[in-house]
Design a protein around this ligand. Structure first.
Ligand code: ZN
Length: 319
């Protein structure tokens, strides 16, 4: 962002999630006004598809998770322990409200319009928004996910990179990117396209891992948010706000949330303790219970400090 060289903060990282071969480092800019983190070396952009061969938006992986989590043991551990804890810890705090808000990306059903989701995966979010009255379209570079979204929901879903599609200017009321920008090579270029596609006053809503999160501070190189080699850039509340304002957006909401902290904590803990993430990890009661309590802790801390939640949430408008 500021053309600094950056210092290596982690090295010899492997892809513990989907097993892409290789090792990677992360660098962090030492300029405190910037502090951007980035993957080094970055895979060639034309090769990055190889790192997504087992990605979770794929149907096959989804059914693998379903099979693994439909057993009797799963039903007992998750069904009893987790549900009780979830009710106690989430329903009776403000956390549930946070979860609801970020699940709809702060878009309400009050005045629905035309929505484009970039990185729509298998289309589940689009379906949720469609049910809230929005007219929805999606784009994803993963052809398997695109085929799934088209087939299952019948929505208009474009395959490829947004920058290479010739979508009409000033035509969307809202654009959402949920856990997309950390995968992107050139964020400035993507933001310029978003600005062009939005109507005047239209909303861009973004969620992405927070490089300053509590779990990152605790687990360092085991933080789930690193996810080499698919996460190319990792942002803070400050530098992402700067990026958006530089492109001309008016930032109307910039905050962090603990809404997904249970998942990130659990997977980071498993990576540190077992050396790998196991997708159907809900069967592990210990990490599950710990993650629920950690989520409440992060929620309480974040209420006072605002910038240590697991995810950044930025909502901005085209002026
Ligand atoms: Zn920098």
């Amino acid at each position: 962002m500021c053309n600094g060289e950056g210092e290596i903060i982690y090295t010899d990282l492997e892809d513990k999630i989907f097993g892409a071969p290789g090792t990677w480092s992360f660098r962090k800019c030492s300029n405190p006004a910037c502090s951007l983190m980035w993957l080094d070396p970055m895979p060639l952009e034309e090769d990055i598809g190889y790192a997504y061969r087992n990605y979770f938006t794929h149907d096959a992986v989804e059914s693998k998770i379903k099979n693994a989590t439909s057993g009797l043991r799963y039903k007992f551990t998750l069904g009893l322990t987790s549900k009780l804890l979830r009710i106690l810890l989430i329903k009776f705090t403000g956390l549930q409200k946070d979860v609801d808000k970020i699940e709809s990306m702060y878009l309400s059903s009050d005045c629905p319009g035309k929505l484009l989701e970039i990185g729509c995966g298998s289309g589940d979010y689009l379906d949720k928004m469609h049910q809230m009255g929005w007219s929805v379209q999606g784009v994803d570079f993963d052809p398997v996910a695109v085929a799934h979204a088209r087939e299952k929901y019948g929505f208009t879903v474009y395959a490829g990179k947004l920058e290479e599609l010739d979508l009409p200017s000033n035509s969307y009321d809202a654009i959402t990117m949920r856990h997309v920008i950390e995968h992107v090579y050139n964020l400035d270029e993507l933001l310029r396209h978003c600005l062009r596609l939005l109507k005047q006053g239209g909303t861009l809503a973004i969620r992405t891992p927070n490089a300053n999160s509590l779990v990152h501070q605790m687990f360092r190189e085991f933080w789930r948010g690193l996810e080499p080699p698919r996460h190319i850039h990792l942002f803070s509340l400050h530098n992402l706000t700067t990026c958006l304002e530089k492109q001309g957006f008016r930032v109307v909401r910039a905050e962090t949330t603990a809404a997904g902290a249970d998942f990130v904590f659990k997977q980071s803990m498993e990576l540190r303790e077992y050396g790998k993430h196991s997708l159907p990890s809900e069967t592990r009661v210990k990490t599950l219970v710990a993650s629920r309590f950690f989520q409440l802790y992060e929620y309480v801390v974040n209420c006072r400090k605002f910038d240590v939640g697991e995810e950044l949430v930025l909502v901005c408008t085209k002026q």
